[in-house]
Ligand binder design. Structure first.
Ligand SMILES: Cc1cc2nc3c(=O)[nH]c(=O)nc-3n(C[C@H](O)[C@H](O)[C@H](O)COP(=O)(O)O)c2cc1C
Length: 175
């Protein structure tokens, strides 16, 4: 699959087949996260891969918006230093890029994904065994789609704003 086609068709998948991802499949996807470019090449991140069903179920308790996590085939937790008042926003940029590399690599392999915003940092830290100075803000659920057509369907009508709504030419409001 070429990159532009993948970007155009990529969507979140929340319904997964029962089949778990193998260690090797998870490793390939996590390796794409590791390879991501970052601000000044600082690589201020760690990734925890999760295949254990009990851990997936417990992590779903970190937010009310992760009901799909217990049925995922695996997940990757994105870990950063605990934010301080000078928390540079470039960390968020870097994490977003790593997240996109995870989701695009999974998509290429026929694996669906869905980002999850962690709200209970303490529970996530406990399940993942994080040291005191680390925090997990995002988890990406991974799984073979329950309906393989999820990977082939054309983009949802109205799923994204129109080109002229968000892309301006030379100056704001000009097209
Ligand atoms: C930063 C971020 C956080 C998200 N957090 C959640 C979440 O906690 N739970 C969830 O089910 N989806 C979450 N999503 C998925 C979005 O709801 C999804 O990307 C959006 O609805 C577009 O879906 P589509 O690509 O299938 O059109 C998150 C997405 C992003 C980019």
């Amino acid at each position: 699959m070429d990159t532009i086609t993948a970007i155009r068709n990529l969507r979140v998948v929340r319904k997964y087949a029962e089949k778990q991802l193998t260690e090797e499949e998870v490793r390939v996807i996590a390796d794409s996260a590791r390879k991501t470019g970052s601000s000044k090449n600082t690589q201020r991140w760690d990734f925890v891969t999760i295949r254990d069903r009990v851990s997936l179920a417990r992590l779903s308790g970190t937010t009310i918006y992760a009901k799909h996590l217990p049925s995922a085939g695996a997940a990757i937790a994105m870990v950063v230093d605990k934010p301080d008042p000078d928390y540079p926003r470039s960390v968020l940029w870097d994490l977003g890029r790593a997240a996109q590399n995870i989701t695009l690599s999974a998509w290429e392999m026929g694996i669906g994904s869905c980002p999850i915003t962690v709200q209970d940092f303490a529970l996530a830290a406990e399940v993942l065994g994080l040291p005191d100075d680390k925090e997990c803000h995002y988890i990406i659920a991974l799984g073979w789609p329950a309906d393989p057509n999820d990977l082939k369907r054309p983009p949802k009508a109205g799923g994204r704003k129109g080109y002229d709504e968000v892309v301006h030419t030379e100056r704001w409001g000009e097209h």
